[in-house]
Design a protein around this ligand. Structure first.
Ligand code: UDP
Length: 269
């Protein structure tokens, strides 16, 4: 149920993170610092690299959504965004498979600030796609306030509707974007990036950021630090946004699947 492997051997790779497979879904064992080093590495290679901000909801959705599962498997980096993945890796990672659990959570909502900083430092053009109308523009202004040298390649709410696909691709290409944040929520954002990998020649890093732009602009409020430290940010989100309850049923289902899987693995040993 939880297996580990190495990322494919790439001679240009400096960092070669361990990849765990949790319920057939890849998750990379990286820290925030390693993620930023990998992001630099990706930006040096002339092709689009996809990053996913994986959590237990992703893992459960991937069990039944083949396109989403393929997008996650073919992504260059699946970050451990959900604390449930870190817990599962610590609790269920069999000792015989290296016993190396995921080192920490790498939340997309923090990573977006670091990636925007990287773009400012390196002169890379950042495009913000998705979220409710006006949010991407507000987020761009906040990033630019923090990093005055940041160049925004463009902002657009749009939608993941295939009918809008080509027009959105054209906007991003016209903006000569180097890096792209897509805020359509999972699985739409990740499938959007996967199906447009070949259509965005200037983009070297594209990441599905979920509600991160809502957090940047204050439209949504993250849990206090101490709640985050307890690993209870998901509960805070459920309390603040109770309409999520149906989606969050994936969490107990995830726990159950992990428990069942590790029992089965135990019986087979
Ligand atoms: N969203 C969008 N278009 C859509 C559906 C969602 O722009 O058709 C945006 C929504 O406004 C929000 C983000 O996608 O900013 C998804 O946020 P959510 O909190 O649901 O994502 P999560 O962080 O849970 O993946």
């Amino acid at each position: 149920m939880i297996e580990d492997s190495r990322m494919s051997d790439n001679p240009s790779s400096i960092i070669n993170p361990q990849s765990l497979t949790i319920l057939n879904t890849p998750v990379h064992a990286v820290t925030m610092a390693e993620t930023l080093a990998l992001a630099r590495q990706f930006m040096r290679e002339p092709r689009l690299h996809q990053i996913c901000t994986t959590n237990p909801e992703f893992v459960m959705a991937a069990q039944t959504d083949a396109d989403f599962r393929r997008a996650l498997r073919e992504a260059d980096l699946c970050l451990p965004d959900g604390i449930g993945l870190v817990w599962a890796s610590r609790w269920a990672s069999p000792r015989g498979v290296g016993g190396r659990p995921l080192p920490e959570r790498v939340p997309g909502s923090e990573l977006v600030y670091n990636l925007a900083g990287l773009c400012a430092q390196e002169g890379w053009r950042l495009y913000l796609l998705g979220a409710a109308p006006g949010i991407a523009e507000q987020a761009a202004a906040i990033f630019q306030e923090k990093h005055p040298s940041l160049t925004i390649a463009g902002t657009y709410a749009g939608s993941p509707d295939p009918a809008e696909n080509d027009a959105i691709v054209q906007r991003i290409n016209n903006g000569r974007a180097d890096m792209l944040f897509v805020a359509y929520g999972a699985p739409w954002q990740d499938k959007w990036i996967a199906r447009n990998r070949e259509a965005l020649p200037t983009v070297r890093l594209a990441i599905g950021v979920g509600g991160a732009l809502d957090f940047v602009t204050g439209k949504a409020i993250r849990a206090p630090r101490w709640v985050q430290k307890l690993g209870m940010e998901w509960l805070h989100r459920l309390i603040k946004e109770p309409w999520r309850w149906r989606r969050m049923l994936a969490l107990p289902q995830f726990v159950l699947a992990i428990v069942k899987g590790s029992r089965r693995a135990g019986e087979q040993r």
